[in-house]
Design a protein. Structure first.
Ligand SMILES: C[S@@+](CC[C@H](N)C(=O)[O-])C[C@H]1O[C@@H](n2cnc3c(N)ncnc32)[C@H](O)[C@@H]1O
Length: 326
């Protein structure tokens, strides 16, 4: 996946202001902040150079995972039309950019962010967007933990934000976000055990509120992951030369690991199972790790079962597996 040209150009314009040295130092300071455990409650991104480092080095990855989640919404909720989007903890508006690219029916966008400088940066980026909904978006400067009235929208995204609030605030935020959601809500987090535990809290709360889980789970019962295992996926994003220079990296791409949950008020078409690890495509058979209605299973698909074998050869980590459990 690549960033769309309008977003790439907007980022390059912003990133041309600080020197490369300052950008690399800010990017290193950001990475150190994210590696610190537990994530401190004080703001992780506090200077203008760190905000610019974020859009140059982290935004491409969070854009990739939000885009994957948006694709999954369209696949699991057939016929859904998303005309309005609420991006909570928006930072520079990453999820709104991903949604405006994935949902052609999008007409109205509201973003809520507590850091007013991030809002200003996001507004400058949005001016470059091809999407009128994003160019004319409403930005609200507010703290999600204390804001009472989340405005109603078809879709609500909370992308890489609940990790920065306390566990009790997560429950409150999910409750208000669900009330504001007319069709679908998506919560995306990094693909780490710690972040996955927050996804599980959100999933449980959404089920308690009456939501239907649409993805990635093929069921609505307790999550079978345990014993140090965690449900996560991977999205590959091409690195631009700016991205490589800012991160002092050489690889032309980056694999972003992410965890997520999508819940909805609409009718869901869940796949019977989901591939939860890289399939092992061996000679004459494929070994699949699946999560399905009967929990976690390891399935060996041999070339004797023609349809299944063909599907298994094509499958990827995160793909739905269309055959019912045997
Ligand atoms: C890691 S950034 C993610 C930005 C963007 N959503 C993305 O996916 O790239 C987390 C953002 O959430 C915002 N945030 C964290 N806690 C918040 C709160 N309580 N209220 C509003 N925004 C919050 C931070 O200011 C920051 O901009």
């Amino acid at each position: 996946m690549q960033l769309p040209p309008d977003l790439r150009q907007a980022i390059e314009e912003e990133a041309s202001r600080p020197s490369l040295q300052l950008l690399q130092a800010a990017s290193e300071s950001l990475s150190r902040g994210y590696r610190r455990l537990p994530i401190p409650r004080e703001r992780l991104i506090s200077s203008e150079n760190e905000r610019i480092a974020y859009i140059a080095t982290r935004l491409p990855a969070t854009y990739a995972s939000a885009s994957r989640v948006a694709e999954e919404i369209l696949a699991r909720i057939p016929g859904i039309e998303i005309e309005s989007l609420l991006d909570l903890g928006s930072g520079p508006g990453t999820a709104a950019w991903a949604a405006s690219n994935s949902f052609p029916t999008l007409r109205r966008v509201t973003l809520v962010e507590r850091d007013s400088d991030f809002i200003e940066l996001g507004q400058r980026l949005a001016r470059h967007s091809q999407s009128p909904a994003l160019r004319e978006a409403t930005w609200r400067n507010a703290d999600l933990s204390v804001l009472d009235d989340y405005p109603e929208h078809d879709a609500v995204f909370i992308s890489y934000a609940i990790g920065e609030v306390s566990p009790t605030a997560i429950i409150r935020i999910i409750g208000r976000a669900w009330s504001a959601c007319k069709k679908v809500i998506a919560i995306v987090e990094p693909g780490t055990p710690r972040a996955f535990s927050r996804i599980l809290v959100a999933r449980q709360e959404l089920i308690a509120l009456g939501a239907s889980i649409a993805a990635p789970c093929p069921h609505q019962t307790d999550c079978p992951m345990s014993g140090g295992d965690w449900c996560h996926f991977s999205a590959r994003i091409e690195r631009s030369s700016l991205h490589r220079r800012a991160k002092s990296g050489t690889l032309p791409y980056e694999d972003e690991k992410y965890s997520y949950v999508v819940a909805t008020r609409c009718a869901v078409q869940r796949a019977p199972s989901r591939v939860i690890r890289h399939p092992m495509k061996l000679k004459g058979h494929v070994r699949l790790e699946l999560c399905g209605g009967c929990g976690l299973i390891c399935k060996i698909v041999s070339r004797r079962t023609k349809d299944q074998y063909r599907a298994a050869r094509k499958s990827e980590w995160g793909s739905p597996w269309p055959f019912p459990d045997e």
